[in-house]
Design a protein around this ligand. Structure first.
Ligand code: GUN
Length: 279
């Protein structure tokens, strides 16, 4: 039976450290959270981030904009936040309404305030192994592996999903730690052939029931990044948890696994940004 990785407890520890270090800075760190439109999931995520900020002694400046906001108005707001000395981090919650150009919006965020680590400058710095910020979800996964002393070097790591937010940076970080990494995606032929080889399997697809027990090697470490809703509206991941738990060595639950870690790593990035700005 697998050990359940307690993301909630580790996130609380990281947030406690972040709060202690933030309190020692001459000025409170600040985060501007920009939410465009009324996507219910985004509203929940943003509220969670604002709560975390409060817990960590980080000031949050919420900016709620209507769904009809123009690209120009959004870019203008980002320009103002880039110049605001109280603001150390600028976070634009994704996805944006369809008429907005997400990449152009990300590109407009000052790289030294890009606490999501989405800007191409920071993606490049991470890719060459000289990061300013680490992307929050992959960094959270790495922190969990390290906390439970799970070795990565030489291990077969399989990442399901190739998004810019999770899959691609996850593969980069595992590679930097000497994992042997395969990325599977919607066009992969016979995905199970790859997953069955995995010592560490990270699923970030967003499809309930994607990872079944027959796809998992005995003793594998299974990390579930997804936040899906099942047919009863309950939060669940990609992994068939009940069936995979007996087979895995370590497994992350949903909720209480990766989710809280993503948010804790965001707080850590805001602290890092504040240090940059106050140095
Ligand atoms: N949407 C889903 N995950 C994230 C995230 O980590 N950051 C932002 N800005 N938007 C998201």
């Amino acid at each position: 039976m697998a050990v359940r990785i307690d993301g909630k407890a580790l996130a609380a520890k990281i947030k406690g450290q972040t709060a202690a270090e933030a309190a020692r800075l001459p000025r409170r760190p600040g985060l501007a959270v920009v939410l465009v439109g009324e996507d219910p999931a985004s509203q929940v995520y943003v509220a969670g981030k604002e709560r975390d900020c409060a817990e960590c002694g980080i000031e949050s400046f919420g900016r709620r904009l209507g769904a009809e906001t123009s690209q120009e108005a959004l870019l203008e707001l980002i320009r103002r936040l880039n110049e605001d000395p109280r603001v150390d981090g600028v976070l634009v919650q994704l996805p944006l309404p369809g008429h907005l150009d997400e990449q152009a919006v990300i590109n407009a965020i000052a790289p030294d305030k890009d606490v999501d680590c989405f800007h191409p400058f920071n993606v490049g710095r991470m890719a060459v192994g000289d990061p300013v910020f680490l992307p929050c979800t992959p960094a959270g996964v790495m922190a969990m592996l390290d906390e439970y002393e799970i070795p990565i070097r030489g291990k077969r790591c399989v990442v399901l999903g190739r998004s810019n937010i999770v899959g691609k940076p996850m593969a980069a970080l595992l590679t930097q730690r000497d994992g042997t990494v395969t990325i599977c995606h919607s066009q992969t032929e016979d995905m199970a052939r790859h997953t069955r080889e995995a010592d560490i399997l990270v699923s970030a697809v967003g499809r309930t029931g994607l990872v079944t027990a027959d796809m998992v090697k005995e003793g594998a470490v299974v990390i579930d990044v997804a936040m899906n809703r099942d047919e009863n509206g309950r939060l669940c991941g990609d992994v068939d948890f009940a069936a995979v738990e007996p087979k895995a060595s370590y497994i992350t639950p949903v909720p209480g696994g990766v989710g809280p870690m993503t948010r804790a790593c965001l707080m850590r990035n805001i602290l890092a940004a504040a240090r940059l700005h106050q140095a």
